[in-house]
Design a protein around this ligand. Structure first.
Ligand SMILES: Nc1ncnc2c1ncn2[C@@H]1O[C@H](COP(=O)(O)OP(=O)(O)OP(=O)(O)O)[C@@H](O)[C@H]1O
Ligand SMILES: [Mg+2]
Length: 379
């Protein structure tokens, strides 16, 4: 998909900003606090129906205003055009999304329609942060590419809450758990094994490309790897039914501990991704620039995965991607972005950081962001 036109009204510091991204790379350049990230955030509303980082939609309404509007003309790869409009009201927090004039009844209907792959400084946590950040990454990617995953993940959370409540109630009352516990365990195992299977398949689908992309970006012999870490007994290549069997056993083994702690101790909510360079854990040993390189390699692998699964080229949004990179790596990133099929919007405070700039024209555009306004830079 491609965003052809973007119009922001009362969106954060953009009172009234119109923008036409290029079909290839668009560089948003400007000093700190001018409104570059805000433009990427607005595009994330079109794709994910929400901000890629802020939990509260109403915060995006310009201070002192009541309603924000994001209007966009979007084209699918096959040429079909869409007019997408998002409005959020500050006072009530009400959000409405219209596609070609019709309001979406469920915001989840937007998922996968206009796919985006987003890399922002907050996502540094995928490599070096807590396991919950890596699980969130997996859930966002897989929900965007599979409606059944999205449904399963929401149901899993509900079932987990119920099961944890029974365990906690039993712990607090000092009694055996309620009779319904085995039924909730069945539900949890059924849903959990499907989620684990999909996550395993994702990692399986991207790990080769991830390693190759890392090597190409790093320009050294550093070998990067990513693995999915899950309950004991589950091994690579298992089908859902076999995973379910192992998960059930893992839960059974922890029965006493679950009762002692009042929580479910095995399942996709406890799993993790491990990133390594030359066999060493990236979160402990990799430098800032190496971690950033891993993240870019992961995002570019995600980009290919999402393209294939959605049957639609995603838009690539890279916020401050060059910040920790040396000029060699920055140049290699730019080189790689130029050869991706789709549209890519990147932000930088200084054009010198981006390594090797492309020739600016209709395909590759350079836009200056200044106090909530955007204007095309004269070349
Ligand atoms: N609801 C809002 N109303 C008005 N202004 C806001 C609102 N939310 C954020 N801002 C302002 O938007 C400005 C620009 O933010 P943004 O994150 O887009 O900057 P940036 O250009 O990406 O800067 P940096 O290079 O530091 O990342 C900030 O100064 C912030 O105070
Ligand atoms: Mg920013």
């Amino acid at each position: 998909m491609r965003v052809r036109t973007l119009h922001l009204t009362a969106f954060r510091n953009h009172a009234d900003t119109a923008l036409q991204p290029g079909t290839g790379i668009t560089l948003l350049v400007g000093d700190n606090g001018q409104g570059k990230t805000n433009v990427l955030e607005a595009i994330s509303f079109l794709s994910l129906s929400k901000s890629f980082y802020a939990a509260n939609d109403a915060q995006a309404v310009m201070l002192g205003q009541d309603v924000l509007e994001i209007g966009a003309g979007i084209a699918h790869d096959a040429g079909r055009e869409f007019d997408v409009r998002v409005t959020v009201r500050a006072t009530s927090g009400d959000k409405a999304i219209r596609v070609n004039g019709s309001a979406l009844e469920k915001l989840s209907a937007l998922v996968g329609m206009f796919p985006a792959v987003i890399l922002s400084p907050e996502q540094g946590g995928i490599i070096a942060g807590a396991p919950a950040e890596r699980r969130k990454f997996l859930d966002v990617v897989l929900s965007q590419t599979s409606r059944s995953y999205l449904a399963d993940v929401m149901e899993y959370r509900r079932v987990l809450r119920q099961r944890n409540k029974l365990l906690l109630d039993a712990r607090l009352a000092g009694t055996p758990p309620a009779r319904e516990l085995p039924a909730w365990t069945d539900e949890l195992v059924g849903l959990g094994s499907r989620l684990i299977h999909m996550r395993e398949r994702f990692v399986d689908g991207v790990h080769t490309e991830f390693a190759e992309t890392y090597r190409a970006l790093a320009g050294t012999r550093g070998d990067a790897a990513v693995r999915y870490i899950t309950a004991d007994g589950i091994v690579h290549g298992m089908e859902t039914a076999e995973i379910a069997g192992c998960l059930r056993e893992a839960i059974a083994r922890r029965e006493a501990e679950e009762l002692r702690r009042g929580a479910t101790l095995a399942g996709p909510h406890r799993d993790d991704l491990a990133f390594e360079i030359d066999g060493r854990a990236a979160e402990r040993y990799a430098s800032q620039g190496e971690q950033k390189t891993l993240l870019i390699a992961l995002k570019l692998s995600e980009y290919r995965f999402v393209s294939v699964r959605c049957g639609e080229t995603p838009i690539l949004l890279l916020d401050d991607v060059f910040a920790e990179l040396d000029r060699h790596r920055a140049a290699r990133v730019m080189h790689m972005l130029r050869s991706t099929a789709g549209q890519c919007i990147i932000t930088a405070t200084d054009e010198a950081l981006i390594g090797e700039a492309p020739r600016w024209n209709n395909e590759h555009r350079r836009i200056i962001v200044d106090s909530g306004t955007c204007r095309e830079a004269s070349s």
